[in-house]
Design a binder for this molecule. Structure first.
Ligand SMILES: Cc1cc2nc3c(=O)[nH]c(=O)nc-3n(C[C@H](O)[C@H](O)[C@H](O)COP(=O)(O)OP(=O)(O)OC[C@H]3O[C@@H](n4cnc5c(N)ncnc54)[C@H](O)[C@@H]3O)c2cc1C
Length: 384
């Protein structure tokens, strides 16, 4: 028997079919909407319904709970394929799978799983609310408070920058049950839209990924049943750390998809555009730039796939996840910038697709831990 291992980029048959069907869907159903969604900063509910029907909104949820019964690697492939067409849809699907569902699968009681996973698999969008105005990188300095009131908790505070806030009905909300205990007071709660005392605040007007909503959440004595604690009281920090470690791989996937999308556009355009009597793609100077971009994307893809495969194999992956997010977001910025350059003046206007991808790329260095925070994780590992 051969003990040869497949290359990281060699996909199993089911992975390849899944990736191809998601990319085909993105080309057919999403591409025609990309510009309008960006300009209007909206994600049509009809499109969300189609994403549910496609089976990408509950990839790792087992069939008992109505999900697709796929793997974490399937989720990575879906986010990459969607982001190649629109990174806003990529992050929409990413948050649902790698943060919300991932946290529920690992930490929820059987009752909570039975209540929420089928909804998340059918028609309900989730959001993950950790950040606040005063606590971003220093996430565990959060100020949102949860006070015990009989068999319930009353949540008071505000969350900022919450992806999917506009569309979500189920929110994982981090609050402290004991501010004196520091991070050991942090607890994760499942809060439903419509809970008394919970309102969605301002929706941000953003540079990029504009179709992905980013909202403030306001909690004023918001009553949440005690049974909606996700995991244990005071162990919310673990829920946050573990889900975000995985989530970073999803953002890596978003960034390599985005970069590949920009490269696709650049290759196509440079073959069409003529200057000095020939296609600009015929100039070696242009070819070399495209070749470097393709090489960088391949390097980032290997890092993302490796981190995802490690996570799936149950091996340590935290450093690799930080590295893949750091690298893929820098490469996405470089490749989209090159694409704008190669489109010339046309790269600078909204009639062509690359200025949007250039704007979209920037977020990869900010959310789910800024690049400095990824460097901090990597440094901790190498310094011992
Ligand atoms: C579009 C968007 C979507 C988001 N979605 C979500 C979401 O769904 N859920 C959620 O909970 N949050 C979300 N966030 C919040 C995001 O995770 C934070 O913005 C991010 O973690 C950075 O926090 P901050 O904005 O407070 O910046 P700060 O923490 O104030 O950082 C500012 C700068 O200081 C640097 N810095 C901070 N500390 C250090 C340090 N120790 N060493 C070196 N440099 C440091 C940072 O690298 C950064 O450059 C989202 C943000 C955006 C913009």
């Amino acid at each position: 028997m051969s003990d040869r291992r497949p290359a990281l980029t060699t996909l199993a048959e089911d992975e390849r079919l899944f990736r191809d069907s998601v990319f085909e869907f993105a080309n057919r159903e999403i591409r025609p909407l990309v510009r309008r969604m960006d300009e209007d900063a909206v994600m049509p509910r009809q499109l969300i319904d189609r994403l549910f029907a496609l089976g990408v909104m509950a990839i790792e949820v087992d069939d008992v709970h109505g999900g697709a019964g796929g793997t974490f690697f399937h989720a990575v492939l879906a986010v990459e394929a969607l982001s190649r067409v629109d990174p806003s849809i990529g992050v929409f699907v990413d948050v649902q799978n790698t943060l919300v569902i991932s946290a529920l699968r690992r930490w929820a009681s059987d009752e909570l799983k039975a209540t929420y996973l089928p909804r998340l698999a059918t028609d309900t969008v989730g959001a993950y609310a950790l950040s606040e105005a005063g606590s971003g990188s220093d996430a565990f300095a959060l100020a949102t408070r949860a006070t015990a009131a009989g068999d319930a908790f009353l949540i008071d505070g505000r969350k900022l920058w919450i992806t999917n806030g506009n569309e979500a009905d189920i929110f994982i909300v981090f609050a402290t049950v004991n501010p004196d205990a520091g991070y050991r007071g942090i607890t994760a709660f499942i809060v439903e839209r419509g809970a008394p005392g919970f309102t969605i605040g301002k929706k941000e007007d953003k540079l990029g990924i504009r179709a992905s909503s980013t909202c403030e959440l306001i909690f004023e004595k918001c009553r949440v049943p005690g049974t909606n604690v996700l995991g244990e009281l005071g162990k919310g920090y673990k829920v946050a750390i573990e889900t975000l470690n995985e989530g970073r791989i999803g953002i890596g996937a978003q960034m390599i998809g985005l970069a590949q999308g920009a490269l696709d556009h650049a290759v196509h355009y440079t073959k069409e555009r003529h200057q000095f009597g020939k296609a600009i793609a015929d100039f070696q100077g242009v070819q070399f730039q495209l070749a470097r971009a393709a090489t960088e994307i391949e390097a980032a893809r290997l890092m993302v796939y490796n981190a995802a495969r490690l996570r799936e194999a149950g091996e340590p992956f935290v450093t690799e996840a930080a590295m893949c997010k750091l690298m893929s977001s820098e490469i996405a910025e470089r490749v989209t910038s090159l694409a704008v350059n190669l489109f010339g003046g046309y790269g600078f206007v909204k009639d062509y697709p690359v200025e949007k991808l250039f704007r979209d790329a920037k977020i990869g260095q900010i959310y789910e831990g800024t690049s400095n925070l990824q460097l901090q994780t990597i440094a901790k590992q190498i310094m011992g």
